[in-house]
Structures are given as C-alpha cells and as structure tokens.
Design a protein around this ligand. Structure first.
Ligand SMILES: [Zn+2]
Ligand SMILES: [Zn+2]
Length: 337
C-alpha cells in the first residue's frame, strides 16, 4: 500500500511525499515567451546573435530551455522538449522533465508563448544585393571636393569597410560617387549611425536624418533611413557670410569654427548648433595665409616682415617668437594665437 500525498491526502505520493499534481504546484515553473526571429526569405532562425539555417528539434529545445525555469529549490530542470514547434503558432507545447533532490523524475506539459519576429537575414540580403536599410549621403558644404572633404570621405570609407561584419547586417551594399558627393547604402540603421557618429567625432558636420516607410512585411512596418551628412569643409583663410556678415575662418575643429569678423576684427567661436541655425554662404574670396618673420617684438607690438620683404607693425604679443602666421584680407592683417 502506497503512502498518500501529504498535501491533498487523496492521490498516491510519488516524490517528497507528494502526488504528481501537488508536486507540480511546488515546482513553481516559470515560463517566459520564446523570442524567435526568422528570416522571411530563407526561413533561417536567429538564436541569440547567430543565424541557424537548418533549424532542428535540438535547436528548438535549446531555445525552449531558456524560456523555462524552476523556482522550487528542491528540483532541477533536466530538459524541455518541444512537441509541435511550427513557427506560425502563438504557443508551443513544451514537455518539462525535472528531477527532485530525492532522485525521482517527473514531467510536466507547459504552454510556451512564441513571439515571432520576421526580418531578412544577412545572408539573403547579401545574396539579393537589393536590400538596404539606410543611406549615408556625404556632401561638402563648400560644394567642392575640398581638402577637408576628401580627408573626411577617405576616413569614413575606410572605417565603414573595416567595420563590415558578415554575420550581421553591418554590410555595405553599394557605395558610389554621385553628383556633389558620395553615397553609402548600408544593411542596417545601426551601422549607418555608427558611421555618422564616427564622422561627427572627427569633423564638423551637419546631420539631417529622415525616415520613410518602405513597406510592411511579416506584420512589421519597415523603414529606410537617410542620413544627409554635410561636412563643413571650410579651411583656414576661407571667407564666409554668416547671417549676411563677412567673416574669415581662422580654424575649424569637429566641434567649433573660429571666425574673425571682417567688419570689426573681433574673434568669435561658433558651435555646431549656432552654425546650423545660421544662414551660411561661402564666398569666392580667400584670405592670404603666410608666415611673417619677427624682426623685433615686445609684449604689445611686433615688427614683422612678409615673405616678399615688406615690413609691417602689428599690435600683438610676439616676444620670443621667430615667426607668426597671419591672415591678410582686403589689405588688413589678422593674427590668431
Ligand atoms: Zn496531492
Ligand atoms: Zn535568409
């Protein structure tokens, strides 16, 4: 005669003095949804960060194993087998096998919710050569293939090719010279963003992001993103109009441009946001940039000689210096430290 369950007193005890029904209650099974991402083109399945192209019952079980846990301290989870994983269904039946501390094994059937995502896998994207999620359009503000723009472009293309990753959507689908600049067609928005961030950290850029609905597939809206990156490629000596006032560019970094007002001679620094909110136009004019030899100097005044041998006097502190670099524009000289 078997012992009766110590909890309900009705059924025969199988383990820990409990019948199988009461045992299941103390198991405290925790079931979380299985998140499955499937390629809508080839049926490949993404598990973790990897794509699996011959999804087997074993893969299904290892996925299910991550969705089920036992909270009861007297039990351990042995395996979860999936009876009917057809990816279209909202739930999958999982058979949970467990062992008690006393060595007795048990089984319980659970419903595991399935959250199915649908995307296009990197392999299909690469094969079709037609799928891209983002375009980075690189353009010079000057409208010309300037030195700074050329440098920004070369560094960006180098970074993009080095950051390609065949196991993900970080790939360049197409890259080409276009009228007025260069376009990169990319497999993912996040890849585009890392390229844009890289550009922003090295150069003074103005970025405009737009998104367009591209379609609806597998229950999801799909978008294409365009990042218009204008590289502010003004160089020392360029003359620009900002809000209709004339300035000489004295230097440019990734975060600010230093300018000299032609009207007042005042020096000022313009940040990215100030720049974006101003009306900017590049003039055809340029300031001459030359090194001037210091003939004599004190803290207030310096006598200088230009490369042609002409002497000038400036109210600058150049004591102890052999030469200074000056900008000359409209017969006036400008010194920047
Ligand atoms: Zn019982
Ligand atoms: Zn695929």
């Amino acid at each position: 005669m078997n012992l009766k369950c110590i909890k309900c007193g009705k059924e025969d005890a199988v383990s820990m003095g409990l019948c199988s029904d009461c045992l299941n209650q103390v198991l405290m099974l925790k079931v979380q949804p299985m998140q499955i991402t499937q390629c809508r083109k080839c049926g490949g399945v993404m598990i973790g960060k990897h794509w699996i192209y011959n999804f087997s019952p074993k893969d299904a079980e290892s996925l299910a194993r991550k969705s089920v846990s036992i909270n009861g301290s007297k039990f351990t989870l042995d395996s979860v087998s999936i009876a009917d994983l057809s990816l279209g269904k909202e739930t999958a039946k999982g058979l949970v096998s467990y062992s008690g501390n006393d060595g007795v094994h048990g089984e319980q059937l659970v419903d595991i919710p399935v959250i199915l995502g649908s995307i296009s896998c990197p392999r299909c994207n690469k094969i079709s050569g037609s799928s891209y999620e983002a375009i980075v359009q690189i353009r010079p503000v000057s409208g010309k293939m300037s030195r700074i723009f050329g440098e920004a472009l070369a560094k960006t293309i180098e970074f993009a090719s080095k950051s390609e990753n065949s196991k993900s959507n970080r790939y360049i689908m197409k890259q080409q010279n276009v009228q007025g600049g260069y376009d990169l067609y990319l497999g993912s928005k996040s890849f585009a963003e890392s390229i844009v961030n890289r550009m922003n950290s090295g150069f003074f850029c103005e970025v405009t992001k737009t998104k367009k609905m591209f379609g609806r597939e597998g229950g999801y809206d799909t978008y294409r993103y365009t990042y218009l990156v204008k590289v502010v490629d003004f160089d020392r000596g360029n003359v620009i109009y900002m809000n209709d006032h004339e300035y000489i560019v004295s230097s440019i970094s990734q975060s600010a441009i230093k300018l000299i007002s032609v009207e007042s001679g005042m020096h000022l620094q313009v940040t990215r946001s100030e720049f974006i909110h101003s009306r900017i136009r590049l003039s055809e004019m340029k300031a001459e940039i030359s090194d001037y030899m210091v003939i004599s100097a004190n803290e207030k005044e310096a006598m200088l000689m230009d490369p042609a041998g002409k002497q000038i006097t400036m109210q600058i502190s150049a004591a102890g210096m052999e030469s200074v670099n000056l900008l000359k524009y409209k017969e006036k000289y400008y010194y920047t430290e």
